[in-house]
Structure formats: structure tokens, C-alpha cells
Design a protein around this ligand. Structure first.
Ligand SMILES: Nc1ncnc2c1ncn2[C@@H]1O[C@H](COP(=O)(O)OP(=O)(O)OP(=O)(O)O)[C@@H](O)[C@H]1O
Ligand SMILES: [Mg+2]
Length: 242
């Protein structure tokens, strides 16, 4: 068994919303328990509002859990030393579109420190942006912005990647390009945490898929299980029986 990269132990998060008369509590996630192993692609599958982004933000230390412990590579988060090990593609990628892809990537490389020009070129080729990297991002298609987002997540050569809905809103070719890149990253030894509601994508790339519903992780399914049964049927059965 590969070593553990991520470990959630009974992690819960409630959002507090101020209303005109009092407060409202909204469950973000509840009692999450799971592990992600080195070099696996772990998918988180759930409906809109099920808690995928909340899980990712907790993992990255962008939100604080109300209870529970999250460890990455054996260190309890938050721990700034983990920044070098984690690459993140957010659900909504927002770049300053007045700059070229190249300017943005070199900026992120400078922030990371010690990234060579060759490495930047290699990443640009990897995400297939060679022809457009000098153009302003405002001229990019959504698929190109997404691939630039992936390049930014990779620029400091992290060993663990967190991708929040990387294929959302892309056309079939854009979806396939992201899928091929994710599979290539796994073959390069990366560990990948991937959230999506696109069942067919999760089915094609993941080793295991966690089903999250109303903030709770109802089940973790192994690839071998959906090779016999369809992941969609299993997912629908699990959430409708909840
Ligand atoms: N900042 C916030 N304030 C209040 N409630 C929030 C906030 N962010 C998320 N929520 C609530 O927490 C729950 C989980 O939301 P989350 O964004 O994690 O879902 P998701 O699975 O990522 O959904 P989607 O597929 O639409 O991206 C939802 O009920 C949502 O309304
Ligand atoms: Mg989300």
C-alpha cells in the first residue's frame, strides 16, 4: 500500500449566515473521514452544494474546520511549509486578463522562487499552450484558461495536486485534454485530488471515488467496482437511499 498523502479525521465545517432576524447555520461538511494515497487519483463526486469545494478549501487551509484534524504528508494543516508540495486549480480560475499567459506564469514562478526558464517552457509544452502563451489571457478560450490554470498549479513542481471541477464548462475536446493531462501527471508520480459532478470523467481517470452528499461522505468506491456496475447507477442509488 502506498503512503498516505492526505488524511481527514472527523472534519466538520458549518457556515454561519447572518439574517435580518438572527443567524442561520448551513452544513458545509460533516464528520469527513478519508485518506488519499500516494500516486492515486482520488475523485470527489457530489451534486451542486454537496460540499466538494468546502472540502478542498479546508484541505488547502483556505477555510478552518470547526472540528477534526487534516494532515497532509504527515503534517497537520495549516502549515505554510506544505505550500511547496501542493498545486491548486480553483473552481473559478481568475487571472488578470491584461497580461499574457507567459507573464503570469513567470510571475507565479518568481513567487515560488527558483523555477528555471526551461522548466517554465516544459510546463507550457505540457499544457499545450506553446502557440498562445505570448497572447493576452483575454483572448484565450475557456479551455486555454483552464490549461493555464493547470500550468500555474504545476509551476513549482508540487507532488500533490488539488483540482476543483477542472473540466466544468469545457467542450468535449477540452474535457479530453484535461483528462489526458491528469493521467499523464499520475504517470509522472503525482497524487491528485479531483472534484467533479461529471461522472463519466471521474470514471475514466480516478482510482477511487468518494460520494459526498449533503456534506457527508457516504461511500468510497474502488475502480474495480464501477468496472462491473456503472458509477452513475451506484451514485444515484447511494444518494437516493440516503
Ligand atoms: N461562503 C459560504 N457561506 C454560506 N454557505 C456556504 C458558503 N460556501 C458554501 N456554502 C454552502 O455549503 C454547502 C456546500 O457548498 P460547496 O460550495 O462546498 O458545494 P460544492 O459541492 O462545491 O457545489 P458545486 O458543485 O456547486 O461547486 C452548500 O449548502 C453551500 O450553499
Ligand atoms: Mg464547488
Amino acid at each position: 500500500m502506498n503512503s498516505i498523502v492526505v488524511e481527514f479525521s472527523n472534519v466538520s465545517k458549518v457556515y454561519h449566515k447572518k439574517l435580518f432576524l438572527g443567524n442561520k447555520e448551513i452544513v458545509g461538511v460533516k464528520d469527513l473521514v478519508f485518506q488519499i494515497y500516494e500516486n492515486e487519483i482520488f475523485g470527489l463526486l457530489g451534486l451542486n452544494g454537496s460540499g466538494k469545494t468546502t472540502t478542498i478549501k479546508l484541505l488547502l487551509g483556505l477555510l478552518f474546520a470547526d472540528s477534526g484534524i487534516i494532515k497532509i504528508l504527515g503534517q497537520t494543516i495549516p502549515d505554510w511549509r506544505l505550500n511547496k508540495d501542493i498545486g491548486y486549480l480553483p473552481e473559478v480560475v481568475s487571472f488578470n486578463k491584461k497580461f499574457s499567459g507567459y507573464d503570469l506564469l513567470t510571475f507565479y514562478a518568481d513567487v515560488a522562487g527558483g523555477v528555471s526558464k526551461n522548466k517554465i517552457e516544459e510546463i507550457i509544452s505540457f499544457v499545450k499552450l506553446n502557440d498562445s502563451i505570448r497572447r493576452k489571457v483575454l483572448e484565450y478560450s475557456k479551455g486555454m484558461v483552464q490549461r493555464l490554470g493547470l500550468a500555474q498549479a504545476l509551476v513549482h513542481e508540487p507532488r500533490f495536486l488539488v483540482l476543483d471541477e477542472p473540466s466544468s464548462g469545457l467542450d468535449p475536446l477540452g474535457i479530453k485534454e484535461i483528462r489526458d493531462l491528469v493521467l499523464k501527471l499520475k504517470s509522472d508520480g503525482k497524487t491528485i485530488f479531483f472534484s467533479s459532478h461529471l461522472i463519466s470523467e471521474l470514471e475514466k481517470v480516478c482510482d477511487r471515488v468518494g460520494i459526498i452528499h449533503k456534506g457527508q461522505l457516504l461511500r468510497i468506491i474502488n475502480k474495480s467496482e464501477w468496472e462491473n456496475d456503472s458509477l452513475e447507477d451506484m451514485f444515484l442509488e447511494i444518494i437516493t437511499n440516503y
